[in-house]
Write a protein that binds this ligand. Structure first.
Ligand SMILES: [Zn+2]
Length: 292
């Protein structure tokens, strides 16, 4: 196995991007990690033009997402990419994770409106729709950005017992894609973790929402692959509950502690089958463009 480490190798706006790459044949695993998205255009007073192929990240995000406002912290360079030698690619990035945030009215407003109005006057501008309605919880059902996989529904499940077995961890990393503190009334955070072991790799992409005193929501995407097999298993689950409905200790605010108390509201199970043919470079380049 080959490991290439580059720290501070790339300079974007004079701030370094950390990156690390590993080869676990036939997979190439890479992450990049850097500063948060700027709050305005970094190139010109009037913003980058629509057709400017060299637009700054702020303008790319603003134009692509069209949200009335972005989460407090967005990490445009926090990107995890896994690429199979045949061309199948799976990637996790902030821009794509925010694309699924609803840009219209949301139900959580109805469920939580009273609780919010009572104690959180500074947030009422959202509820009263003084700003264009959008999902200010930034709820996303992002499952990663994939290309060159065939997707099939499956009854096969990730073998949790196997994952619990003690096995050497060859590589571990944790990246935050975005985070918002909901005007100090909770948290919405989307992050991805990867663990590579001699026999397999495991990824957990998690969106976690806590509106203090009101509700919790967790959208998890788990991806598991056993080296040597021609597919990955992908499990998506959505869990949520109002605070008054759950029996967890009020001190229990860590996502992993609260998750078992939240009823499952949605689940999807897929097999991502790696195509046996080597894909052309053109397809791979399409993926790279998304990474900015
Ligand atoms: Zn710009």
């Amino acid at each position: 196995m080959t490991a290439i480490k580059v720290h501070g190798g790339i300079d974007i706006l004079r701030l370094p991007v950390n990156q690390e790459e590993h080869i676990y044949h036939p997979w190439h695993v890479k992450y990049t990690q850097s500063h948060i998205l700027h709050s305005k255009c970094s190139k010109s007073e009037n913003g980058c033009g629509d057709k400017d192929i060299d637009s700054c990240q702020f303008c790319i995000f603003s134009r692509t997402l069209d949200l009335p406002h972005m989460p407090d912290m967005v990490f445009p360079n926090n990107i995890l990419t896994l690429k199979h030698q045949n061309g199948a690619t799976i990637q996790f990035n902030a821009l794509d994770s925010l694309k699924t945030v609803s840009n219209g009215k949301i139900n959580v407003q109805l469920a939580c409106a009273e609780a919010w109005k009572e104690s959180r006057s500074e947030s009422s501008e959202y509820l009263e729709e003084k700003v264009k309605p959008f999902d200010w919880t930034f709820t996303t059902n992002y499952m990663g950005t994939i290309s060159n996989f065939e997707i099939q529904e499956t009854t096969e499940r990730i073998d949790v017992d196997k994952l619990k077995r003690r096995e050497k961890i060859l590589f571990y990393h944790d990246l935050t894609l975005f985070e918002d503190e909901l005007h100090d009334n909770g948290i919405a955070v989307c992050s991805v973790k990867i663990r590579v072991m001699p026999s397999s790799f495991y990824i957990l992409l998690r969106y976690f929402l806590r509106i203090d005193g009101v509700m919790f929501r967790i959208n998890d995407t788990r991806i598991y692959h056993e080296f040597g097999q021609d597919y990955l298993l992908r499990e998506f689950t959505s869990r949520e509950a109002k605070v008054e409905e759950i029996r967890a200790s009020p001190l229990c605010i860590e996502p992993s502690e609260i998750a078992p108390y939240l009823p499952l509201t949605k689940c999807q199970y897929h097999k991502l089958i790696i195509s046996s043919k080597t894909e052309s470079l053109t397809n791979n380049q399409t993926v790279n463009e998304v990474t900015i």
